[in-house]
Design a protein around this ligand. Structure first.
Ligand SMILES: NC(=O)C1=CN([C@@H]2O[C@H](COP(=O)(O)OP(=O)(O)OC[C@H]3O[C@@H](n4cnc5c(N)ncnc54)[C@H](O)[C@@H]3O)[C@@H](O)[C@H]2O)C=CC1
Ligand SMILES: O=C(O)[C@@H]1CCC=N1
Length: 282
């Protein structure tokens, strides 16, 4: 991909999300393994990423900050400030800083780095690991089209990406697609348990449940039809599907998902506004 050609992409934090992005990026083939660096405080994690991906790993965030053109901050939200302050004197306007931390506002990121460097805030999700991520981003005040191009190139290599008009919308994104994979794992587990309850082996039931979710998602993306139209095509009058759907509506599953997204989005907002009443930022 042109926007990443010849650039080095460095991840500070190679955990669940940073590791997923680095892995998805290398596996996409859009960058060579030599273009990707990961620094982390956990030696075992670094050894694993280096062994599996053939990328350069290091325990020195400052070395990474000197080497990388795109620096992805992928530590827990409460580690973002110390990490930014650690590298602040090294970063320069030729670089693009990307923060994936939930609820850490652009204004704070910019203040902690303390100079006019481009910052982009991104909310990705873990299916980036398998090239099926869903991400949204917003540009900070010093970021421009070059930085948007870099962010889009990176995120589109590992899935789909949208740009949101204002930072507050990243709270909604966090509640929907950032946290969303966990909701869908719950759905898959529950569907499979339903299959087991009706006599299927767990192995068969899990495969059928997961493939059904994958297939339905693909239908929505490929057909571009409204989900209700696709739903109607599955329903036979007085058939089986309408009986199942009736139970889901009766139990309030639709409202439960709407409320789940809202609750997670409000939590992201509370973290962003510093009203973090739960003893941690993540
Ligand atoms: N896990 C998820 O589904 C998503 C996470 N995020 C965001 O991604 C960020 C990372 O979250 P996870 O990957 O889930 O956490 P994690 O705990 O799996 O990964 C964090 C990594 O940072 C490393 N680390 C800690 N301090 C460090 C330091 N000073 N320098 C370098 N590395 C350091 C840890 O050893 C660990 O490997 C968070 O800010 C979170 O809000 C965003 C979207 C989705
Ligand atoms: O649960 C969390 O706070 C993070 C952000 C989105 C997904 N995981």
């Amino acid at each position: 991909m042109q926007a990443l050609a010849g650039l080095k992409v460095g991840f500070i934090g190679g955990g669940a999300m940073g590791g997923a992005l680095a892995t998805g990026l290398v596996r996409s083939g859009r960058v060579a393994p030599e273009q990707v660096l990961v620094s982390d405080v956990c030696a075992e994690r670094l050894a694993e990423l280096s062994r599996v991906l053939g990328i350069k790993t290091l325990s020195d965030n400052r070395f990474l900050a000197r080497e990388a053109d795109i620096i992805v901050l992928a530590v827990k939200p409460d580690q973002i400030r110390p990490v930014l302050e650690e590298i602040a004197d090294l970063v320069h306007p030729g670089q693009t800083l990307i923060s994936i931390a939930a609820g850490v506002p652009l204004a704070e990121l910019q203040r902690w780095v303390g100079k006019a460097v481009p910052v982009v805030r991104v909310m990705p999700n873990t299916p980036a690991l398998v090239g099926e991520g869903a991400s949204a981003y917003v540009l900070g005040s010093h970021a421009g089209s070059r930085d948007a191009g870099r962010a889009e190139a990176l995120l589109s290599a590992v899935g789909r990406v949208v740009r949101v008009a204002k930072e507050e919308l990243l709270d909604a994104v966090t509640g929907l697609s950032g946290s969303g994979p966990a909701y869908i794992y719950l759905v898959i587990e529950a569907l499979a348990e339903g299959g087991v309850r009706m006599g299927l082996s767990w192995r068969d039931a899990l495969l059928l449940a997961a493939q059904t979710v994958l297939g339905a998602a693909k239908m929505v993306l490929v057909s571009e039809e409204h989900p209700s139209v696709l739903k109607d095509r599955v329903m036979t009058p007085a058939g089986t599907t309408v009986e199942g759907l009736f139970v889901l509506e009766e139990r309030g599953v639709r409202a439960a998902f709407i409320e789940a997204v809202k609750a997670a989005a409000l939590r992201a907002e509370a973290i962003r506004l510093g009203r973090n009443g739960k003893g941690g930022k993540d």
